[in-house]
Design a protein around this ligand. Structure first.
Ligand code: DNO
Ligand code: MN
Length: 357
C-alpha cells in the first residue's frame, strides 16, 4: 500500500507540502490542475510546476485526481471526440512527469454532494453531512427553476456562478438512461484505455457519491455489480477503479470487503474513509475508526493486505477538528489521524501474517 495525500496546490490549500512530508509513511501527493475546465488539454508548463514543487519536498506525483470528463462525453454528443482527443493528449503529457494513475469520475453534472459541509457532531467537531430526504424532495425541474430564477441560489460546495451553468444541463440529462450512460462510458474507455496502457498509466474511475441517483440524474458507479460491468467494458489493467469506501459505503448494502477481494488487481487507487449511515439514509463522515461509523474499515484494510494490494491509498476526507480552518473535508489533522489508523491496521495484519507463516 503506497500512502498518498491530496493537495490542492499552493495558495489553494491550508496544508503545506512540508506538513504532508511529515505524516508517517506518506510518499506522494494526489494533485490536479484544479482551474482547468473539463475537456481542455492540460498545459505542460503548469504540469511541470507541480513536478518541480513535489521534487523539492521529495514527494512523488504519481496520482492525479481528477482529469475531469467533459459533459459532452457523458452525454454521448457528437462533439465528444474533440474532448476525448484532448484527454488522450493530457494522458501522454502526464506520463512524461511520472504519473501512473489517473482518477476520474463519470457523474453527470455534480461531483460529490452534501447538504451540510459543517454539521456539528457531539464532540464539537464538524463534518460533511448528507440529508437524504432533503435532496429527494427537490424535484429536478424545481431545482432548475430555482437556479434560473435566483442568481444567488446556492448549494453546499457550489458557488452560484457554477450552479447557474448546470441548470440547463440537469434538464438535458433527464432524457439520458443508465444504459446510455454505460454506453457512453464504454465509448470513452475504448478510446482512452489503450492510450493509457501505452503510457504505463492506469485509469481509475471513482464511484458516484452518494451511490444513487440525485435530481433524476442517472448514476452508474454505484454497486459491486455495476463496477464489475464497468471493468468488463474494456478488459485491461489500465481500466481500473478508485475504490472509495466512503462513497460506496453511503449505501449500507454495498459490501466493501467483498469488493476489495473481487476487484483485486483492478484497484490502482483506494480511498479509505468511514461514514455513519443512519436508518433514514442520512449519513455523516466520521473518523476513520471502524467503531465510529458503519463502514468496516478494519475489514477493508485487512482485505487489501490479504490480496497483496500494491496500489495507492489515501484517507480521502476527514472531519474538522481542533479548530482547524481548511477546505471542507480536507484538513490536515483528521486525515493524518486517519492515515495512522490505516497503518496500524495494516501493520498488525502484516505481523499476524508473518506469525502464521
Ligand atoms: C469523494 C472524493 C471525490 C473525488 C472525485 C474524483 O469521495 O474522493 O470528490 O475526488 O469524485 O473524481
Ligand atoms: Mn473518494
Amino acid at each position: 500500500m503506497k500512502m498518498v495525500f491530496r493537495w490542492y496546490g499552493e495558495g489553494n490549500d491550508s496544508v503545506t507540502l512540508q506538513q504532508i512530508k511529515q505524516i508517517p509513511g506518506v510518499e506522494g501527493i494526489v494533485w490536479a490542475l484544479h482551474d482547468m475546465p473539463a475537456g481542455e488539454e492540460w498545459p505542460m508548463d503548469k504540469i511541470l510546476e507541480y513536478k518541480k514543487l513535489s521534487d523539492e519536498y521529495g514527494l512523488h506525483l504519481e496520482v492525479v485526481e481528477s482529469v475531469n470528463v467533459h459533459e459532452d462525453i457523458k452525454l454521448g454528443l457528437p462533439t465528444r471526440d474533440h474532448y476525448i482527443e484532448n484527454y488522450k493528449r493530457t494522458i501522454a503529457k502526464l506520463a512524461t512527469v511520472g504519473v501512473k494513475t489517473i482518477c476520474y469520475n463519470f457523474m453527470p453534472v455534480f461531483d460529490w454532494m452534501r447538504t451540510d459541509l459543517y454539521k456539528e457532531m457531539e464532540d464539537g467537531s464538524t463534518a460533511l453531512f448528507f440529508d437524504k430526504a432533503k435532496i429527494a424532495a427537490m424535484e429536478p425541474q424545481e431545482l432548475v427553476r430555482s437556479i434560473a430564477e435566483n442568481p444567488d441560489f446556492t448549494m453546499p460546495g457550489w458557488e452560484p456562478e457554477r450552479l447557474q451553468r448546470v441548470g440547463p444541463l440537469i434538464e438535458q440529462y433527464q432524457q439520458v438512461t443508465e444504459e446510455e450512460l454505460f454506453e457512453n462510458l464504454g465509448y470513452f474507455l475504448r478510446e482512452v484505455v489503450p492510450v493509457a496502457e501505452a503510457h504505463g498509466i492506469k485509469m481509475a474511475i471513482h464511484p458516484d457519491d452518494p451511490p444513487y441517483s440525485v435530481f433524476g440524474l442517472p448514476r452508474i458507479v454505484t454497486s459491486q455489480a455495476n463496477i464489475r460491468r464497468i471493468l468488463e467494458l474494456v478488459d485491461s489493467p489500465s481500466n481500473g477503479v478508485t475504490l472509495c469506501s466512503g462513497s460506496l459505503g453511503a449505501n449500507p448494502e454495498n459490501d466493501l470487503v467483498a469488493m476489495v477481494h473481487e476487484f483485486a488487481g483492478r484497484i490502482p487507487f483506494a480511498h479509505i474513509r468511514n461514514v455513519k449511515v443512519y436508518p433514514n439514509g442520512d449519513f455523516i463522515e466520521t473518523s476513520h475508526r471502524t467503531s465510529d461509523g458503519t463502514v468496516d474499515i478494519t475489514g477493508i484494510v485487512q482485505a487489501y493486505h490479504d490480496t497483496g494490494f500494491e496500489g495507492y491509498a489515501r484517507p480521502d476526507h476527514g472531519r474538522h477538528i481542533w479548530n482547524e480552518v481548511c477546505r471542507p473535508g480536507y484538513g490536515l489533522y483528521d486525515r493524518a489521524l486517519g492515515i495512522m489508523y490505516l497503518w496500524g491496521v495494516w501493520d498488525a495484519a502484516a505481523r499476524a501474517a508473518r506469525r502464521e507463516a
